[in-house]
Design a protein around this ligand. Sequence first.
Ligand code: DC
Length: 222
Amino acid sequence: MIIALDGPSASGKGTLARHLAKALNLAYLDTGMIYRALAARLLEAGSDPADSEAARRAARVLTVADLERPGLRREEVGQTASVVAAIPEVRAALLELQRQFAMRPPDGTAGAVLDGRDIGTVVCPQADVKLFVTASAEARAARRHKELLDRGEPSIYARVVQEMEARDARDSAREVAPLKPAPNALILDTSEMDEEAVFAAAMRIVAARTPSSPAQGPQSPD
Ligand code: DC
């Protein structure tokens, strides 16, 4: 079983993906971390992230171990990830890694949950369940602001809004694999929902789409 979760930053898709993977005993891949790991490599090497040749070379040698690098959640890394992610050759070089994970998830699990921007449209168009997880810009900015403060990082709300808008615009406007719902994706607007409600709604959708899945039974995210 493959579950594809796409959506903008701070929409709640990452938390939902982790909960679904745990409850359904599926492997989980946060594909944003792949672009972040690549961005971190380029930042470290002092390369220009818009230099497509350098980015493509780095993308070719990226491994799953790179996803464990510290500091990948930093805002600078996220912004740079969004820049390198717009380079078509980079996306092409990273496609196979993601598809391999979906088709042959590690540890013999029966399937995978992948979250990102183009999972339902490009990486796994054959996914059994496709959700486009979104929320209002205000709700997402408030969540990201809180997340940064909780992590002990300095955060100014107005700046969070600005950076989020810049990233959303870049991710949605790029020519290759832009952020958009797959035609057969269900839209889940989490603006007014807490984590438990989002999880319960997603489990109902999974159960309806995959009648023989464990999502049929009672589950909780923990
Ligand atoms: O989900 P995230 O914030 O960790 O992603 C960081 C950036 O990576 C995001 O701004 C765009 C890019 N990305 C992408 O283009 N395609 C994906 N499947 C996942 C992330």
